[in-house]
Design a binder for this molecule. Structure first.
Ligand code: PEP
Ligand code: MN
Length: 338
């Protein structure tokens, strides 16, 4: 349930309601609006008396929250969340572009791409050091060595960094080197990993599972947030359908649906969703028009020889063209970029 306080309710009244809830063993999520404060209740609400709360000072009304996700629910917090990542942030007023290779292949490769995407307007460098590949014989990533290259590239360019983690061991390494961790599509319902990501202290990019509904996705975000980590960003990266001309089907309607259901920022990955570099630019523009808060785009200096996902990677030149083309779309949506 959420408890909506009267406009300009006294702090003492808000405290009294919060105390009643915590004294009964439930947790409180407080959202202070400019006039109205909302108290979200997390836990077994059968232990509370709604009548007692309804008669407390400055309580306006009680609204039941039927969804199983609470902390990520927009009813709990109506204003959009901004997530800080290194020296940048992801939120409602800006367009954040994460770009970089699918996999970190060498220090030189990463540095060339990092400098190029930085010059084109990206603010976060992506690069996989742990690659959950479909085949066990495909390149599996440079692991901690790759993370060190990410850190060096960040120092050189001023970019913030993100890297996918696939295990607790990878999380423990990532916290030493990067600014944000990514839970990939294949691990979206790896609940142990979600809890560990929640305890990592780093912001988390949670990609949508290949066959996940939006409600399952938001419940996955809830696992991270329930560990005390409010810094979660959602990434639509396409879902499995019967269509085979694209690698996955980009569900762009997920963006407005999520904006209604959650206060968390939402970004779109047009690379993994389409699987082909030709379709990346049109879907990136469509994502900005759908009001996404950011984009994740794979960029490679030599896609033909990339160790993974070459066909969907933009060259540095194509990425530069795209960011220039995106500028008017961002302006139209009232988002600062570049
Ligand atoms: C990735 O971003 O490197 C990746 C593997 O993406 P996804 O989990 O969306 O397939
Ligand atoms: Mn990839």
């Amino acid at each position: 349930m959420i408890i909506i306080m009267k406009p300009n309710a006294a702090e003492a009244s808000i405290h009294a309601v919060s105390d009643y809830i915590t004294q009964n063993g439930l947790a409180v999520h407080l959202s202070h609006g400019t006039e109205v404060s909302i108290i979200g209740v997390v836990g077994d609400k059968s232990r509370l008396s709604s009548d007692t709360i309804a008669f407390m000072k400055d309580v306006d009304r009680i609204v039941p929250v039927t969804e199983s996700y609470k902390l990520s629910n927009r009813k709990f917090q109506p204003s959009p969340t901004t997530v800080k990542v290194g020296n940048t942030s992801i939120g409602p007023d800006s367009m954040t572009i994460m770009a970089g290779p699918c996999a970190v292949e060498s220090e030189e490769q990463l540095m060339i791409i990092a400098q190029s995407v930085k010059a084109s307007g990206a603010s976060i460098l992506r690069g996989g050091a742990y690659k959950p590949r479909t085949s066990p014989y495909s390149f599996q990533g440079l692991e901690e060595e790759g993370l060190r290259y990410m850190q060096n590239a960040a120092k050189e360019t001023g970019l913030s960094t993100i890297c996918e983690v696939v295990s607790l061991e990878a999380i423990n390494s990532a916290v030493k080197y990067v600014d944000m961790i990514q839970i990939g599509a294949r691990n979206m319902q790896n609940f142990i990993l979600l809890k560990e990501a929640g305890r990592s202290g780093l912001p988390v990019l949670l990609k949508r599972g290949l066959c996940a509904t939006i409600d399952e996705w938001l419940n996955a975000a809830e696992y991270i947030m329930a560990e005390g980590n409010p810094n979660v960003v959602l990434c639509e990266r396409g879902i499995r359908t019967y269509e085979t001309t694209t690698r996955n089907t980009l569900d762009l309607s997920a963006v407005p649906v999520l904006k209604e259901k959650t206060h968390l920022p939402v970004i779109v990955d047009p690379s993994h969703s389409t699987g082909h570099y030709k379709y990346v630019a049109p879907m990136a523009k469509a994502a900005v028009a759908a009001d996404a808060d950011g984009l994740m785009i794979e960029v490679h200096n030599d896609p033909a020889h990339a160790l993974s996902d070459g066909p969907q990677s933009l060259t540095c030149e194509k990425f530069d063209r795209l960011t220039k083309d995106l500028k008017p779309f961002c302006e139209l949506m009232g988002r600062s970029f570049l």
